[in-house]
Write a protein that binds this ligand. Structure first.
Ligand code: HEM
Length: 494
């Protein structure tokens, strides 16, 4: 289902620009844009019931575009953040990345939705125009529906005289405090994410900022007429991204809207309970762990820590936090002891998945390669979340699948090319910025070009490896790539 969207986005955005692969990072970035422009606006904002609306008008009209741009970017970046966060949620949902140990990132994301809404609506209040009046009165009705609220908030908006400057100071406090709570929540959300991508690629970040500035120039953010609590409100300009529950409050009443919002959040919070637990987890064998820490550095989910070795003096040892481990196996791809050159025995690895040892893939590949009698043997390696590569097996091609491409130690490639006469390898898996296990593709790429330990040993092996990071649905590309490899081997007389 995501493939057509991804293809369309690839067409619009060249490599690494795809916003769909940077949604969490974009949300973070937009938060900083909103904060920076918000600080600018605050300098010129007057915190009083009489001065607020006028000061915002002055920012918009008396600062030779600067104020208007700052206001526009502040508003449109908030809208953009609503979009990126919603798409981020939908994407994680479709990929079922709420299951098993990933429940933490999912559950900690849900309160962020509430804080984001509250931050934005608080901003509209400050303008103190008719939209602010509508939001203030409707939200007051919403809060008054909570049985524990003793004094109805709506009384506070009965007439112009009742609203005081003190009330405005409270609004400012909330409009600073709630986004701060959101920021804290955002960092908490990343607690189980190692090497998190909270900054989008530079070109994407610059383009988003330029787009926000252009939109602010073309459609400047404006206010409605000044709020007047003694007047009946006319039609309100709606912000359909943040004010979407408001028409329902008018239509169904606050009780029903509370019920819908709370039920929706509860459903989201309970979703991880409906998913199957992690398939496999990693386990350390202290007999073979040399304390290098490579698995600790590479684990995308921060599920490994180092402690003094159980019995080797002055050595460290990796420990798996089992509740945090999603079973991607990237740690075993990083472990230097997982090498077939040493001794061909799976029990010799410092760390490996309990139920999906990568040595099994190596043994199976060796067996199949030995059965092939044709010259020019080709090995295709894929992952569970990319295109299923087993369909490409024939008398020349052997295919193997791992949980994640990062689970593959580069020494396996060295070994199979040298000892089992593999002439060409095709590695495929998730899209490069969109690895199901976050970092598998990126880390494997670095290992192959010797930027990361453990790396490929032999340069001639590196030249035999082709890579196709295309995700699911890449049958056509893989088939044509394999045809190309076969043709080339034939031409070379292999
Ligand atoms: C202010 C709102 C949010 C921000 C700024 C944000 C940001 C991020 C970032 C930066 C990541 C790490 C991406 C990476 O490095 O791979 C992430 C991961 C994640 N987010 Fe959010 N997020 C937000 C809201 C949400 C919401 C509402 C949900 C769902 C309810 C959610 C679910 C997740 C999940 C499940 C992951 C982990 C993905 C994995 O395990 O690979 N996030 N988020």
């Amino acid at each position: 289902m995501l493939k057509p969207v991804a293809k369309c986005m690839d067409w619009v955005f060249p490599n690494h620009w795809n916003p769909m692969e940077n949604l969490g990072a974009l949300s973070f970035y937009l938060f900083w844009v909103i904060t920076a422009t918000g600080i600018y606006l605050f300098v010129f904002f007057e915190t009083s019931i009489d001065g607020a609306w006028l000061s915002v008008e002055k920012i918009s009209n008396e600062q030779f575009y600067i104020g208007s741009i700052m206001r526009g970017v502040h508003r449109f970046a908030s809208t953009a953040m609503a979009v990126t966060v919603t798409l981020h949620l939908i994407k994680e949902l479709l990929l079922k990345r709420y299951a098993g140990a990933r429940w933490f990132s999912w559950v900690s994301g849900v309160p962020l939705l509430w804080l984001l809404f509250a931050s934005d609506l608080g901003g509209y209040w400050l303008v103190w125009d008719e939209k602010a009046q509508y939001i203030a009165m409707t939200s007051a009705a919403l809060f008054d529906a909570i049985p524990i609220v003793v004094e109805p908030m709506a009384f506070g908006f009965l007439s112009q005289e009742v609203v005081s400057d003190r009330f405005f100071t409270l609004l400012i406090f909330l409009h600073v405090g709630i986004p701060l709570a959101l920021l804290l929540g955002m960092f908490f959300h990343l607690q189980r994410i190692n090497h998190s991508r909270s900054i989008p690629r530079r070109r994407l970040a610059v383009s988003v900022l330029v787009a926000l500035i252009v939109i602010s120039l073309l459609m400047p953010a404006t206010s409605m007429p000044r709020a007047n609590l003694d007047k009946v409100l006319g039609p309100i300009e709606m912000d359909w991204f943040y004010m979407n529950p408001f028409p329902f409050i008018d239509m169904w009443g606050p009780g029903v809207v509370w019920a819908v919002l709370v039920s929706f959040s509860t459903l989201l919070l309970l979703l991880p309970l409906t998913a199957r637990a992690t398939r496999s987890i990693a386990r350390v064998d202290p007999d073979y762990c040399n304390g290098c820490g490579w698995c600790y550095q590479d684990c995308p989910f921060d599920a490994i820590y180092m402690k003094p070795h159980d019995f080797m003096k002055n050595h460290m040892q990796a420990v798996v936090k089992e509740d945090w481990c999603v079973g991607c196996g990237i740690c075993s791809g990083a472990c230097p002891t997982v090498t077939p050159f040493k001794r061909f025995n799976e029990a010799n690895s410092g760390i490996n998945l309990v139920d999906r040892v990568n040595f099994d893939v190596l043994s199976e590949a060796r067996e199949k390669l030995r059965e092939r009698t044709t010259a020019g043997k080709i090995l295709v390696i894929g992952c569970d979340y990319g295109t299923d590569v087993r369909q490409f097996e024939d008398e020349q091609v052997v295919a193997e699948t791992l949980e994640c491409i990062g689970q593959l130690p580069p020494s396996f490639m060295d070994y199979l090319c040298r000892r089992e006469d593999v002439e060409a390898v095709l590695m495929t898996g998730c899209r490069s910025d969109d690895c199901y296990h976050r970092l598998g593709v990126e880390l494997q790429q670095e290992r192959l070009v010797r930027l990361r330990e453990p790396h490929l040993k032999y340069a001639d092996v590196r030249d035999r490896i082709g890579k196709l990071w295309i995700g699911k649905g890449g049958e056509k590309e893989i088939r044509s790539h394999l045809t190309g490899i076969k043709k080339q081997l034939e031409e070379e007389g292999v």
